[in-house]
Design a binder for this molecule. Structure first.
Ligand SMILES: Cc1cc2nc3c(=O)[nH]c(=O)nc-3n(C[C@H](O)[C@H](O)[C@H](O)COP(=O)(O)OP(=O)(O)OC[C@H]3O[C@@H](n4cnc5c(N)ncnc54)[C@H](O)[C@@H]3O)c2cc1C
Length: 412
């Protein structure tokens, strides 16, 4: 249901204003409203809405979704269990990592795949049920400040009118091109600059119980079974190669897939069930995730590349870490300063530093196809693929990959 209700004229300042109701923002809304705070969550979109994403979630992401209480709704809506990931390198080397064989107990032996239309809507419903006010078709146009500290946002409401919304804490959960992040400090954009074209296809041949990543000489394709015989197909390319896509995303997408010989014959007889969505470039991160009166979470804080499929997990785990720090800060009187939120900054580093290193190792490694092919072949032959998939699925510690022995066996 679309909420177009204008904010009541007598609404006092909220404790928390969350900009963006994707996984990061909706989870913050659920957790902070559940802790008893007055929370308003705003999104420019009306839910359910689509989102360009490969829609793969690791068992650790499922653990947090379970804590948020949405897993039964996702399973009822047809979410597919996912047993692992197979990677095919440009030269044909292949590995298949399975969660259950990674040597550490995952939360479940399977992850989940489900369309973001279903996932994000379920998370928004959970936020409402926890007591958060969720306002759709409300666009944050600017931040408000009070003595240099963030104090809320100027919002264009669903009816076109504008309104200032004040809050003790403003959370930027507004995704890759976050306005809140740009206002909070420098936003860095790194290499490789990649963009993605994502569609849902019916009737892709030869899909199994695992996601697939096919790496080419330029870019890669992800295939992910999302339930009901439907496959999420994501083509990721260097941004420079996508210049010809403007106004013809579908033709460009299908032509791009032709360059992947292990994929194209399998999609030739399939039909596009949801139009091609384009997004990017990625590899953007913020110099700081806390400021006086504000904090960033999810893609607004950082996002490197979709290859390892960790964005939703990071958004949800980041929300848990931020909610814990914010709960402590909001419980006391006075302004919510960056210093009072510093625990969130440190907790993020502890939680994500290994993941950041592994995703960069893989993301940069892909830019050297012969080396990548060799590494995939070695990992596949030496039974190390399950460990690697367990690390990218966030339940095997990153040090199991980031150690000289593993790295040497991968290359030599
Ligand atoms: C091609 C691709 C494939 C991916 N595949 C996977 C995958 O398989 N698995 C995985 O875990 N991750 C994947 N990711 C990453 C994942 O999509 C993101 O990490 C995740 O969506 C981050 O959640 P979020 O809540 O931070 O941001 P988002 O999901 O982007 O949500 C941000 C919300 O903010 C709203 N918003 C933005 N600006 C404003 C504004 N000014 N005012 C009001 N609202 C605003 C938007 O409408 C949106 O709803 C993929 C990403 C890409 C690009």
């Amino acid at each position: 249901m679309v909420s177009t209700t204008p904010i009541p004229a007598d609404a006092g300042p909220a404790d928390v204003l969350v900009v963006g109701a994707g996984p990061a923002g909706a989870a913050c809304g659920t957790l902070l409203a559940g802790a008893g705070f007055r929370v308003t969550v705003l999104d420019r979109a009306a839910f359910p809405r689509d989102k360009a994403c490969s829609e793969y979630m690791s068992p650790e992401a499922v653990r947090i979704l379970d804590r948020l209480g949405v897993v039964p709704a996702l399973e009822t809506a047809g979410a597919a269990p996912l047993h692992g990931t197979a990677v095919t390198a440009a030269g044909g080397a292949r590995l298949h990592g399975r969660f259950a064989l990674a040597g550490h107990h995952p939360y479940r032996p399977t992850g989940l795949s489900v369309s973001r239309r279903i996932l994000d809507h379920a998370l928004v419903r959970a936020a409402r049920e926890a007591g958060a006010q969720v306002l759709e078709r409300n666009v944050v146009e600017e931040l408000l400040y009070d003595g240099g500290a963030i104090a809320g946002a100027l919002v264009r409401q669903a009816d076109g009118s504008r309104r200032a919304l004040r809050a003790r804490l403003t959370i930027g959960a507004d995704g890759l091109r976050s306005l809140v992040a740009r206002r909070m400090g420098p936003r860095r954009h790194g290499w490789p600059r990649r963009v993605a074209f994502v569609a849902h296809l019916d009737g892709v041949a030869g899909m199994s119980d695992s996601a697939e990543m096919h790496v080419g000489s330029e870019g890669y394709v992800g295939l992910n079974p999302i339930g009901g015989g439907r496959t999420n197909v994501a083509l990721v390319l260097p941004a420079a190669r996508a210049a010809g896509a403007r106004g013809r995303a579908e033709g460009f997408f299908l032509q791009g897939l032709e360059r992947f010989p292990a994929v194209y014959p399998r999609i030739e007889r399939s039909s596009i069930a949801r139009k091609v969505l384009a997004t990017g470039p990625f590899a953007a991160w913020s110099g700081t995730v806390v400021a006086d009166g504000g904090a960033l979470v999810g893609d607004a804080a950082d996002f490197f590349d979709p290859f390892t499929g960790e964005g939703i997990f990071s958004a949800l785990r980041g929300a848990e870490l931020l909610a814990a720090a914010a709960t402590e800060a909001l419980a006391g009187p006075g302004p919510i300063t960056a210093r009072r939120l510093a625990g969130y900054h440190h907790a993020r580093r502890r939680a994500f530093v290994g993941k950041w290193a592994v995703e960069r190792l893989i993301g940069y490694g892909m830019c050297f196809p012969r080396l990548f092919d060799r590494a995939v072949a070695r990992l596949g032959r030496r039974g190390m693929s399950h460990t690697l998939i367990g690390v990218t699925a966030d339940f095997v510690p990153a040090r199991e990959v980031l150690n000289p022995l593993f790295l040497a066996r991968m290359i030599f």
